[in-house]
Ligand binder design. Sequence first.
Ligand code: TXA
Ligand code: MG
Length: 371
Amino acid sequence: METIIKKIDAENMTSGDFKDAAALLRDGKLVAFPTETVYGLGGDAFDPTASARIYAAKGRPSDNPLIVHIADIDELKKLCREVPDEAYLLADKFWPGPLTMIMKKADCIPKETTGGLDTVAIRMPSHPIARRLIQETGLPIAAPSANASGRPSTTKAEHVIEDLNGRIEMIIDGGSSDIGLESTIVDLTVKPVQILRPGFITIEMLKAVIPDIVYDKAVLKREKNDSVVARAPGMKYRHYAPKGELVIFEGEPDRVMDAILEASGKKLEEGYVVGILASEEFAGDYVAGISKKWPVLGTGNSSGREPYALIEVVGSRDNEETIAANLFDKLRDFDAKEIPYIFGECFPGDNLGAAIMNRLVKAAGYHIEKV
Ligand code: TXA
Ligand code: MG
């Protein structure tokens, strides 16, 4: 099928911009759209065939439930069998925004949408294009991240085109997602309330509303052989992964830098191209260290044909929001150059760092070298 790419300017949009997208969604077809977290792959949440199409387009296992997106708090009563008080307290503080809440589902939500579960995940996004699309369609929109299953989530329309062109009816291009990591997911069906996926809304922020909230054990999992099973079905799959082998190094920043230089040198010596996922603070040191002996792409001493290092700056250690915003984009850059070995720094795991490390550890398939 031919995928229509539709540019919309959030600062200057009209109903007419959404006419075709809304008609497609009402007809059970799929439309990818920007949200403040990542791009979503939308379909009518009430339509089991639309959900089946979403799973097929992504190549996603059908036991992995979708998040239902709404634009009006009154929808909660319609979509959930029970709405606990905490839901309204959290919505009051964090909606519209990057928070997803799990509650018992009402009968109007088909099991195809919830991967067979009796619960449903609901989020009210803040991105103006996402909100307007939901309003103009007049339906709750089921939307997982708009990436091929297993790959890093998409934060730009170009990423969605890479993964889903020809597989869905339309992609709305609304520029880059601000946050860059998927929403925080909380499960309100258990006591104490649990965080199933960390995101921009941190545990500290949530504790201000629900003091006894805790992480699901799987969120903090660092060892591949640890037998804890994720309660969000999607978190158990290999995820966010670049095609190359990613190893992350944990320890004192200086030792991490030395270890990354050593690991890179070894692979370059063997004739491989390597990638380094670097913080702004260390990027210059990697360039200096590598270029003593090897070419670094983009610095003028590499033709891109010999073993070289590609150093991607993911953000500043002093500003985690920049790291969150760039992480998936940078992982995709390594793929675009088919880099077989990628070495990356670890970041402190509190606040937004918890979400960053959760994605990084999964992207690395739990391959963490302690130095
Ligand atoms: O920021 C986001 O949440 C983005 C944008 C598009 O809104 N969406 C997103 O969806 O990240 P997805 O499908 O890639 O991730 C949803 C996660 C999966 O891990 C899934 O297993 C979990 O939410 N989930 C959904 N419904 C659930 C439920 N009823 N119980 C437990 N986990 C659920
Ligand atoms: Mg996803």
